[in-house]
Design a protein around this ligand. Structure first.
Ligand SMILES: Nc1ncnc2c1ncn2[C@@H]1O[C@H](COP(=O)(O)OP(=O)(O)OP(=O)(O)O)[C@@H](O)[C@H]1O
Ligand SMILES: [Mg+2]
Length: 570
């Protein structure tokens, strides 16, 4: 995406844009006609002592003034509404785009970055997108009109103004690059502070538990001081910008005013012309300042565009547009799968195994061996580099992520609850589920009884990340969320590690008795769970997975035996 392509967001509202320009231009013409009316009042009505003409021209002047004020007001209103529309369009588009980016993208970026881009950067960018073109057109046309009138009124003065006007842009031109550089640094700093803030507030429990408030305050102060330092530099450049963009024109306009005064005294310039010229020069100074401000905004705008464009430029994965595929038996097959989160370090180097339909299996292996990775690959959260993963004999790349993920239920060790009610969290697994289904799922997950004991039952708010619940309670809600859609494949990744043994036993029994049509994969280090499963899949190495019943593996596989005994589980 090129920077200028952001302008398509305003060009799609051609009518509004044109209307805004027309209103501004009419207002400009009215404003610029006022000095001429003044000249007329002085030279024609006042000089000839023509009261009637005087009154008529003053009334015309007032009307012009009122109309230009009203048009200005309307223009500002349209501009505000227009900007809000553009903010809405870009923000929602960016959010949509972010939703489509793969998980690997989020593995590399902190959430504070996106909060900053969505809440601040897009807002400022959208305002500039409207202000810059409209401001440039109106100010430039205004300057042209002023020069034409000045040429008509007095050639020499017009020529002096014409030569002086570009001088105002010398400093802005040369400091634009510096300003841009500092703005880039400042925005990166602001983003890092957002990252830090999100991180520290989300982890407040950790900060308190380790008595690290002072360290966090120091870290924040250090970062914030750096930001303020950059802001001071930007402020300085910006103030010089403002000074230089009006100083020269103000000096020249003062000299010209004196010179015109001299011409009036020498009777070489009428009083009316004098007033009009002074007023037009003031308008010209304002327009020059307006253009210099826009030059300044263009610097900031370009930094913002690059930041937002960098996200838009990341291509979301292109999934085939496939029809809904209903998983029938849920037979899962890994065929020579090669995968690494990055190509330099492979996690699997040609692994193959089959999970038979409707079986209830345990996936085990040492920490970091790749159990969670296998589960992510079944959900197609990452793309494999070689080989294939099949469900019912169909490559998951031919199933379509939508229908694939819709038929898989997953619960993780970290329950990842939303800061909403229990009902919201459970229904997150199936938006159109009935209350009966919600109760059914929470009963299987052994969550129903404790939910009913809460003051607001299913309507109880769980707090951020579920802080108002115990770990075991959170896990059971997350489990109910996975179960509610009665998935064809149910995946539990250490998902009941925090519940007591008795509850755990009950949950596994419930799953076995109620999810008869599902293939169930449970990752667990607990022997009590492992023993209850039909088959054990023991991930021995990046290439090899051993499959068998617990008893068979204990007898035949020394590595399995060592693994369990090292964890005191036999
Ligand atoms: N998002 C990621 N980006 C890069 N590397 C990752 C990512 N997730 C996991 N890894 C790496 O992949 C390897 C396998 O991790 P995985 O989480 O699958 O292990 P695991 O068997 O589930 O371990 P545990 O029992 O501790 O949960 C590890 O070496 C880990 O460092
Ligand atoms: Mg894991």
């Amino acid at each position: 995406m090129k920077n200028f392509q952001f302008y398509r967001y305003i060009l799609q509202y051609k009518g509004k844009l044109l209307f805004l320009l027309i209103i501004n231009l009419i207002s400009l013409i009215f404003t610029l006609s006022l000095p001429y009316v003044t000249k007329f009042i002085i030279d024609k009505a006042y000089k000839n002592k023509n009261i009637k003409l005087f009154v008529v021209s003053v009334v015309i002047g007032i009307i012009i003034f009122l109309v230009s004020t009203i048009l200005n007001f309307i223009g500002k209103n349209i501009s505000t509404l227009f900007k809000k529309q553009v903010i809405f369009d870009i923000t929602t588009n960016l959010f949509r785009h972010l939703q489509q980016l793969p998980l690997s993208f989020y593995d590399q970026h902190s959430s504070g970055v996106f909060v900053q881009r969505l809440n601040n950067d897009v807002r400022r960018l959208s305002e500039f997108l409207v202000e810059i073109p409209v401001g440039l057109v109106v100010n430039l046309i205004g300057l042209v009109i002023i020069f034409v009138i000045l040429f008509y009124l007095d050639l020499r003065i017009a020529l002096v103004c014409l030569v002086a006007a570009p001088l105002n842009f010398i400093y802005p031109y040369f400091s634009g690059y510096k300003l841009k550089m500092f703005l880039e640094k400042e925005m990166t700093k602001v983003q890092n502070i957002s990252k830090l803030l999100v991180d520290v507030f989300v982890q407040m429990r950790l900060v308190k538990a380790f008595n690290n408030e002072e360290i966090e305050i120091e870290r924040f102060e250090k970062n914030f001081a750096e930001r303020i330092h950059l802001e001071k530099k930007i402020g300085k450049i910006s103030n010089f910008f403002d000074l230089s963009s009006s100083f020269i024109s103000k000096v020249i306009s003062s000299i010209l005013t004196l010179y015109c005064g001299y011409l009036v005294m020498k009777k070489r310039l009428s009083l009316g012309n004098f007033s009009a010229i002074v007023l037009y020069i003031n308008h010209a100074v304002a327009k020059v300042k307006g253009i210099a401000d826009i030059v300044k905004n263009i610097s900031e705008n370009s930094v913002l565009q690059t930041r937002i464009r960098n996200i838009f430029d990341i291509e979301p994965p292109i999934y085939k547009d496939l029809n809904y595929y209903g998983i029938k038996q849920a037979k899962i097959e890994f065929k020579d799968v090669v995968f690494g989160y990055n190509s330099s370090k492979l996690i699997f180097n040609g692994i193959s195994f089959v999970i038979e339909p409707l079986s209830k299996i345990a996936l085990i292996g040492p920490s970091g061996c790749g159990k969670s990775t296998i589960l992510s690959l079944i959900l197609r959260l990452y793309e494999i580099q070689k080989g294939s993963i099949l469900i019912d004999g169909v490559d998951i790349r031919d199933i379509g992520v939508g229908s694939l993920r819709e038929q898989i239920g997953i619960a993780l060790q970290q329950p990842l609850l939303r800061d909403e009610t229990i009902a919201f969290n459970i229904l997150y697994g199936k938006k159109d589920a009935t209350k009966e289904e919600m109760i059914w799922a929470s009963k299987i997950a052994c969550a129903y009884d404790f939910i009913m004991e809460l003051k607001d039952c299913f309507d109880t708010f769980v707090g951020e990340r579920g802080v108002r619940l115990s770990e075991g309670q959170k896990q059971r809600i997350a489990l109910a969320r996975a179960i509610i859609k009665n998935p064809k494949i149910l995946i539990l990744d250490e998902a009941i590690s925090s519940v007591d043994l008795e509850t755990e036993e009950k949950i596994i029994e419930n799953i076995k008795n109620n999810l008869l049509g599902s293939t169930v994969i449970i990752v667990s280090h607990r022997l009590s769970v492992i023993k209850k499963m039909d088959l054990i899949y023991f991930l021995e190495s990046p290439k090899k997975i051993e499959v068998g019943t617990h008893q068979k593996l204990l007898l035949e596989n020394q590595k399995y035996k060592n693994f369990l005994s090292s964890k005191n589980k036999v």
